[in-house]
Design a protein around this ligand. Structure first.
Ligand code: PHE
Length: 463
């Protein structure tokens, strides 16, 4: 393996396996689980429409994607990161110098940049809702969340301002370096988030009609499966697990040589999936219990359902504060990982100082975020390919760039890296390595390719 002169003397590392698991889970568990998964399930599940048929097929295909594609790709990314000890571009360059593979890393860095720009808008919503919960106005009436959400997203200046606040917050974390800060923070926040989500679950699911959420989430009706549903499910698996753009490569580069990659990958995947499912049950449970109509396409579910239920409970105002605090932190640990990918590229490959990289990249993210912030108001009717900028950026990143990045990563790990290299790195029982190798060589790339080709060929219609 070529050692390059630019390798920083001490890149830092996680204090232990738990540090990686919590930080990677912090990256994985975010708005993708709490906001996007329930919305995607809703979008592909037809809640409240003339003929409600439920999200079971979407959920099942999602779970399948997580197991046969997500988990193998997660292992592949950790392998690439730890073996090279580099940012995504540097990682491919270190492992196969002078090849075109570094462009896979470059695609990842670009995707991280674009993803952060629109993710920051929704992250801004969480911070704003945190503020609103502190003032108590979210829980005045069951409809308060809905009204505040509608007014807030309709205001262009507010959207830009709160996106800016969140980008600043992210920059403040990343500028301090990643090692101790991220690990220490995520080790507290992730368990807190888990406790909160489970607590909500037990509080909500026993209520009248709430248990309809189980059937809604898990009863599969395959008659509504289209190519676009499958692409949504697979794209969501990549998005939710932070795969396909080098976030896990970057975090994996700080993993100790002795730590077991498979254990790490399984833990992160399990935690991420658990939170997505439990959070969705909670949100749909509330919607069924209160018989709530969701606004528009369901993107506001998180912001309307949770305040609605808390408004009816004693001590609800305090609880809603805790809840949005955790959602905000979940979003923050994800935006930090996104910004870190781009920043680490400029530091490692372009020789920028961390400070300069953070300042410049954040400014650029802010500018690129403006069309997304405007997508809910002044540019709401401006459509490119039938989508607002926000929807377009999300569609490009989640449904195309992450799966394509993931596809190339599986090809790299399965076909370019030798078995000696990967065995060495994964360091597990032979049959497990062989099974993983089979997945990254054949199953994962073929599945991803089939879905992408299916979409391009227009099988089953698109959006
Ligand atoms: N996984 C994060 C979430 O679920 C989003 C993310 C995607 C973060 C890609 C980093 C990289 O919210």
């Amino acid at each position: 393996m070529a050692k390059r002169a630019t390798t920083p003397p001490a890149r830092g590392s996680w204090a232990g396996k738990m540090g990686f698991i919590m930080a990677a889970a912090g990256s994985a568990v975010g708005l993708g689980n709490l906001w996007k998964f329930p919305w995607m399930a809703y979008k592909n599940g037809g809640y409240g429409e003339a003929e409600p048929y439920g999200a079971g097929a979407f959920v099942l295909i999602y779970l399948l994607s997580v197991v046969v594609v997500g988990l193998p790709v997660m292992i592949a990314e950790i392998v690439i990161g730890r073996r090279s000890g580099k940012d995504p571009v540097g990682a491919f360059e270190a492992l196969r110098p002078g090849s075109l593979w570094k462009w896979v890393g470059a695609l990842g860095v670009l995707t991280g940049f674009l993803l952060l720009s629109y993710y920051g808008v929704v992250a801004g919503w969480t911070a704003f809702f945190l503020l609103k919960s502190v003032t108590g106005s979210l829980t005045v009436t069951p409809d308060a969340g809905k009204e505040i959400f509608a007014q807030f997203t309709a205001s262009a200046p507010m959207q830009v301002a709160w996106m800016a606040i969140f980008v600043l917050l992210t920059a403040a974390v990343v500028i301090g370096g990643i090692s101790k800060g991220i690990e220490r923070v995520t080790k507290i926040l992730m368990p807190g988030l888990l406790i909160m989500v489970f607590w909500l679950f037990f509080m909500v699911m026993g209520r009248e009609n709430a248990s309809s959420a189980y059937a809604y989430m898990f009863y599969p009706d395959f008659s509504h499966v289209t190519a676009s549903l499958v692409l949504d499910a697979m794209g969501q698996a990549f998005f939710s697990l932070s795969l396909g753009m080098g976030a896990v490569i970057t975090y994996g580069s700080y993993l100790g040589k002795k730590d077991r990659i498979v254990t790490c990958a399984v833990s992160v995947t399990f935690l991420d999936t658990l939170v997505a499912l439990v959070a969705s049950l909670v949100i749909f449970g509330v919607l069924f219990h209160l018989n709530l109509q969701t606004p528009g396409d369901g993107q506001g579910n998180l912001f309307t359902a949770i305040p609605a239920i808390f408004s009816q409970l004693e001590g609800g105002t305090t609880l809603v504060i805790v809840f949005f605090l955790l959602v905000t932190f979940a979003a923050l640990t994800s935006t930090v990982s996104l910004l870190e990918v781009v920043v680490s590229y400029f530091i490692d490959e372009r020789g920028w100082s961390r400070k300069a990289a953070v300042v410049k990249v954040s400014a650029a993210v802010f500018l690129l975020g403006i069309p997304s912030a405007f997508s809910f108001n002044v540019l709401g009717d401006t459509k490119v390919f039938g989508m607002t900028f926000f929807a377009l950026f999300d569609y490009l990143c989640a449904n195309w760039s992450l799966p394509i990045g993931g596809l190339l990563i599986t090809i790299f790990a399965g076909w370019i890296l030798t078995s000696k290299e990967t065995e060495d790195e994964i360091n597990t029982h032979r049959p497990i390595h062989a099974f993983w190798k089979f997945c990254v060589r054949y199953i994962a790339p073929i599945v991803v390719l089939l879905v992408l080709v299916g979409i391009i060929a227009g099988v089953g219609g698109s959006e």
